[in-house]
Write a protein that binds this ligand. Structure first.
Ligand code: BMA
Length: 377
């Protein structure tokens, strides 16, 4: 992290002041709660030095189990819970009681409270259906974002969906009675082309407009002041590429990207080189724009390489440690797809011993180190 040197003149005397950018860590929401401001400041302070480890749906289910109180595949393997929990809101827009992965929203709220009470962090994604044609998030019909912008035919519908998201986010309270800060990551992987808000489906200008509308609505109309907004690409080609859809510093708190392992990591080092490149770009941009940066989603499905954690993921991240890294969900065997879908190890899984080594790395923080960091203070 670079410091600024400021030259101050006082009458005949001059001073040189060294100011660390941490002093400037400012939420996009000027009215953010103290806990939310503190979380951003602390994420910025640890990045480059320590990385918080996260897992999607960690407390809800894992490989071969569902809703067993206190259970977590990460905890089964390491004896400790992650520092970051990812949750998904898809389905909430229709007022359904469970999300697209069958996680009940009331249970999700309870898990989020538990995590906050322990000093851990919550991040939320939203695979919302396409409001224009009713198809899923994975619909790639072009120009649908245009159809939900102010003045367009489905704008009111999109707003009614945001109402439900606002109600959910506004209802998150810790045991201390405070609103729980949430890292909200809407329109994620916008540089890919598999969601209706993707690169080939949406112009950069329209993406910026819907992002600004969404933030303004949640922040200024619904008066939610517990949200940090996470801007998210899939892979980053260059700094210019990453900034092409950037809605502006007043609407973003965390710069991030997703990238998954494909191919055989023992023969092909592309994961390492791509992640190193993306992290170096996003680290530089985050410093320049005074934001935090994160590796918002990653993983190697079914982790068949026993040393993936220390020989691939760690070398990929170590030069530019993001504030957090999150691996995707452990759905286990999926009968409908007839496949295995898991990104964290579980007891007996081939990469579990190597994951324990990553867990023991002094720069990787799970629940206890995160709690010691007092992220909300
Ligand atoms: C994807 C897959 C899907 C899931 C979606 C939202 O990456 O895991 O099965 O529905 O995320 O969580």
């Amino acid at each position: 992290m670079k410091d600024f040197i400021v030259f101050v003149r006082f009458g005949l005397q001059s001073f040189l002041l060294l100011i660390s950018p941490i002093c400037f860590a400012q939420t996009s929401d000027k009215l953010a709660t103290a806990e939310t401001k503190n979380l951003l400041r602390n994420l910025k302070a640890i990045q480059g030095k320590k990385v918080l480890f996260g897992h999607q749906d960690d407390l809800a289910y894992g490989n071969g189990w569902k809703y067993e109180a206190g259970r977590s595949d990460i905890n089964d393997v390491t004896g400790e819970y992650p520092a970051v929990y990812g949750w998904e809101l898809g389905g909430l827009e229709h007022g359904r009681p469970v999300n697209i992965d069958s996680v009940p929203f009331d249970k999700m709220k309870a898990f989020i409270k538990l995590a906050y009470d322990k000093g851990s962090v919550t991040t939320i994604s939203w695979h919302l259906d396409n409001p224009v044609n009713g198809k899923s998030a994975w619909d790639t019909t072009k120009n649908c974002v245009r159809g939900i912008l102010p003045g367009a035919s489905k704008h009111a519908l999109y707003k009614s969906w945001l109402e439900k998201v606002a109600a959910f986010l506004g209802d998150l309270k810790g045991s201390d009675g405070k609103s729980i800060p949430v890292l909200f990551r809407p329109f994620h992987e916008m540089s890919g082309s598999w969601f209706w808000w993707g690169r080939n489906e949406t112009s950069p200008e329209e993406l910026k407009q819907i992002w600004r509308f969404t933030v303004t609505y949640l922040r200024d109309v619904k008066k939610l002041h517990n949200i940090l907004y996470v801007y998210n690409y899939n892979d980053i080609k260059s700094a210019d590429d990453f900034m092409e859809r950037y809605p502006g510093d007043a609407y973003v708190d965390v710069m991030s990207f997703d990238f998954y392992q494909s191919g055989d990591p023992q023969k092909d080092t592309r994961f390492i080189t791509e992640v190193q490149k993306s992290l170096s770009i996003v680290h530089g941009l985050a410093d320049r724009h005074n934001k935090a940066f994160a590796f918002a989603e990653t993983g190697y499905n079914a982790v068949p390489y026993a040393k993936w954690w220390t020989k691939t993921l760690w070398p990929a991240m170590q030069n530019d440690l993001p504030a957090y890294v999150l691996v995707w969900r452990n759905a286990g065997y999926r009968p409908k797809e007839n496949d295995y879908h898991y990104f964290a190890p579980f007891k007996g899984q081939v990469s579990a011993p190597d994951f324990v080594k990553l867990y023991q790395n002094s720069k990787v923080a799970f629940e206890k180190k995160a709690a010691a960091l007092n992220l909300y203070k």
